[in-house]
Design a protein around this ligand. Structure first.
Ligand code: SAM
Length: 219
């Protein structure tokens, strides 16, 4: 199978399970118009994140890697009254577009966009109560660092999701190497003997390619 088949499968399933969504469509359109790369999660993946957050009654969510706030809107929609998403973004322009998109989606009061290197923003964080859910989707070389910080910042029983851990199967191909693939391998290596985490990889192959989420629960 190929990218065309994967995309067709998403389109097919989405035609039963997702409805037209003006706020999310507008967010993508505005992001593209501002020159942001088209690397947001897919609609099906965004909905998965929203359903996951709802399932665990997440009221405090941390995202690493905002881009135009597409996944942020999905996550914010899962929040109960008084809930909050904090999302970290290095790029001023991405953060500006995200704030526009969040405002248009009516989510501004539920989301804080923090601009800066995620390493620095994370180091300053010490939330009480801790986060229920953390979504890691930024520079892949720093995956293990973000994951370790995520572990420090998430509650026991809380969930950490890391995006793009399959990468067209390249992560598992010993003849292949690039910085992002190495970032995933380093993460997996760090998890091998981690007694405080229970994790699995879930395939997400669809319109955004042959890929997967790491799904981890803090014991
Ligand atoms: N989560 C977004 C979504 O699905 O809509 C997509 C995020 S995009 C894949 C990754 C983002 O991480 C980019 O906007 C990029 O600027 C940001 N980023 C890259 N390195 C970063 C760093 N060191 N600290 C914070 N953000 C970073």
């Amino acid at each position: 199978t190929s990218q065309r088949d994967w995309a067709r499968s998403d389109t097919y399933h989405n035609s039963f399970l997702l409805t037209k969504d003006q706020a999310l469509d507008d967010a993508l359109k505005n992001s593209t118009a501002n020159g942001l790369p088209e690397i947001a999660v897919s609609a099906a993946q965004g909905k998965f994140l929203m359903l996951l957050a709802k399932s665990i009654c997440a009221s405090r969510i941390l995202e690493v890697g905002t881009l135009g706030g597409y996944s942020t809107i999905w996550l914010a929609r899962a929040l109960p009254e008084g809930g909050k998403v904090i999302t970290l973004e290095i790029d001023e322009k991405h953060a500006k577009v995200a704030r526009e998109n969040l405002a248009k989606a009516g989510m501004s009061s539920k989301v804080e966009v923090v601009v800066g290197k995620a390493v620095d923003s994370l180091a300053k964080m010490n939330p009480d109560p801790p986060f229920d859910l953390i979504f890691i989707d930024a520079d892949k070389v720093s995956n293990l660092h973000y994951f370790k910080e995520g572990k420090r910042l998430v509650r026991k029983g809380g969930v950490i999701i890391v995006d793009n851990v399959v990468r067209y199967g390249r992560v598992a191909d010993p003849s292949y190497s690039d910085d992002s693939v190495e970032g995933v391998r380093t993460l997996l290596d760090g998890l091998k003997d981690d007694q405080e985490i229970d994790a699995t990889t879930i395939g997400t192959t669809g319109e955004k390619g042959y890929d997967g989420f790491l799904y981890a629960v803090r014991k």
